[in-house]
Design a protein around this ligand. Structure first.
Ligand SMILES: C[S@@+](CC[C@H](N)C(=O)[O-])C[C@H]1O[C@@H](n2cnc3c(N)ncnc32)[C@H](O)[C@@H]1O
Length: 215
């Protein structure tokens, strides 16, 4: 996972890259990353897939992603909104969305991505959800100190000195759906999907398309 462009600080999203990459099918010809940002995950994915399409609606991040990816010619970036992006008729062996799906209409986006999966293809989402109950905050008792420790360890390793590591992040204010709501939609749209609450204010959703085309 060595990448000269990896972020020097601890990132709650990047922390889960290894887990997400483990979901990539052994034979992965075509992959898609939605809301790719500056493309760190797309570049890592490109080591496991023949070609990666990486899309983001923000022109400035796509410019940065392209500038950072000269050594990774099998990543193709597009500045586009996922809702408008023409997925064509080819099918993807792996589709990822990291900290991006909460910016998009959930059901429409999930349906579009599911229908673009090849037989046996995998949809892997790392998402943020809305906290609604006190119980949602309980994992923070572990996550907050773990976050500080991880930040300190990464900074020590990177020899960035002892500037304040910052407090733990609040769950995204942008996220509209609670985890139970996401589970309900997943049962409806992605039967068999595995959803897990994650320590650092995230959930993961992994869905594998059936090998036959019947749904
Ligand atoms: C929090 S950033 C995460 C970026 C990257 N996936 C990462 O892990 O660093 C969310 C990204 O999703 C992009 N985004 C949000 N809504 C989008 C949409 N409808 N279509 C394409 N990109 C979108 C934003 O521009 C932003 O770059």
């Amino acid at each position: 996972m060595t990448d000269p462009n990896a972020r020097p600080d601890f990132s709650h999203n990047d922390f889960y890259h290894r887990y997400l990459l483990r979901q990539v099918p052994r034979q992965c010809d075509r992959a898609l990353d939605i809301g790719c940002g500056t493309g760190l995950f797309a570049r890592r994915l490109a080591q496991r897939a023949q070609t990666v399409e990486a899309i983001d609606r923000a022109p400035e991040v796509i410019d940065q992603a392209r500038a950072l990816s000269h050594d990774t010619p099998n990543v193709h970036y597009a500045e586009a909104d996922v809702a408008d992006y023409d997925l064509g008729t080819a099918r993807y062996d792996f589709i990822s969305g990291i900290a991006s799906i909460h910016h998009m209409p959930f059901a429409e986006t999930i349906t579009k991505l599911r229908d673009a999966l090849a037989p046996g293809g995998v949809l892997a989402i790392l998402g943020l959800c809305r906290y609604a109950t006190r119980a949602d905050y309980l994992p923070d008792l572990v996550a907050a100190p773990a976050n500080l420790a991880a930040k300190a360890a990464v900074r020590a390793k990177a020899r960035l000195g002892s500037r304040a590591a910052g407090s733990g992040p609040a769950p995204s204010m942008d996220a509209q759906m609670t985890l139970p709501e996401i589970r309900t939609e997943a049962v409806r749209l992605l039967p068999g999907a595995v959803i897990r609450r994650r320590l650092f204010w995230r959930y993961s959703l992994i869905y594998r398309q059936r090998s036959s085309s019947t749904r």
